[in-house]
Ligand binder design. Structure first.
Ligand SMILES: *[C@@H]1O[C@H](CO)[C@@H](O)[C@H](O)[C@H]1NC(C)=O
Ligand SMILES: *[C@@H]1O[C@H](CO)[C@@H](O)[C@H](O)[C@H]1NC(C)=O
Ligand SMILES: *[C@@H]1O[C@H](CO)[C@@H](O)[C@H](O)[C@H]1NC(C)=O
Ligand SMILES: *[C@@H]1O[C@H](CO)[C@@H](O)[C@H](O)[C@H]1NC(C)=O
Length: 198
């Protein structure tokens, strides 16, 4: 039995327990959701997209929130916190099909290396994942190649998601202060059973 099997078993136990002790605390909808989840199938998806990292200009999508008193003299900008709401596109071009937004916080959190502690939510606004989100949380050594970050969860289609992402800097234009980041995500999630039994 895999990890997911174990999670599902625990969920079954929760349902069994809650039906004994907290029958009235669970709505019909919730009960149906749990039941469908237990009968659900584990799915694997690979996603590939780009982020438009617009660091300056009138349409910028990244802003500084705060900094420590050593940020300006730190070779790694240690202590700087930024918030971003970057456009997610299917291809690398700015005008490529819009898939959604990447929203969250990045903190320069390494005294010696350029590395971020980051928490980004990928918010899908088109295609089959429209309305769903995936959440990244981890360390990002921004100068390296094939930077791996954990996918720690999701919502909508991606409920119970787990996985990892690989990112690379596709390009950076220092004059426009404009970066394009490439992301490949491998994610497992549970597709709820939709056999209509409620
Ligand atoms: C900013 O966005 C507006 C509206 O989309 C666009 O007309 C303008 O050209 C953009 N400016 C730059 C510098 O990208
Ligand atoms: C930053 O603040 C700390 C604590 O207030 C202080 O000890 C330190 O000297 C400051 N460093 C700089 C570079 O200003
Ligand atoms: C995007 O499209 C607009 C008009 O639709 C055009 O002016 C602009 O040059 C295009 N930008 C890129 C990077 O292709
Ligand atoms: C995404 O879903 C929203 C809300 O259901 C809907 O309004 C919008 O038209 C959808 N967008 C696309 C591109 O399908």
């Amino acid at each position: 039995m895999g990890k997911l099997g174990a999670i599902l078993m625990i969920l079954s136990l929760i349902i069994a327990t809650s039906s004994v002790h907290a029958k009235s605390q669970m709505s019909k909808q919730e009960k149906a959701w749990f039941r469908n989840l237990c009968r659900g199938k584990k799915k694997v998806a690979k996603l590939h997209f780009y982020l438009q990292d617009e660091l300056s200009g009138p349409n910028r999508t990244v802003y500084e929130v705060s900094r420590s008193n050593i940020t300006s003299i730190s070779p790694t900008s240690f202590g700087q916190v930024r918030v971003l709401d970057n456009l997610m596109t299917a291809g690398p071009g700015r005008n490529s099909t819009e898939l959604g937004r990447a929203q969250g916080l990045i903190t320069f959190a390494d005294l010696k290396e350029s590395a971020l502690a980051m928490n980004i939510n990928f918010v899908f606004t088109s295609g089959k994942y429209n309305g769903s989100t995936l959440c990244i949380l981890g360390r990002n050594p921004i100068l390296g190649r094939d930077r791996e970050l954990p996918i720690v969860g999701g919502s909508g289609v991606f409920r119970m998601a787990q996985g990892y992402s690989i990112s690379n800097t596709y390009s950076y234009d220092p004059v426009a202060d404009y970066g394009i980041l490439e992301y490949t995500i491998y994610v497992t999630y549970v597709k709820e059973s939709d056999d209509g039994v409620h």
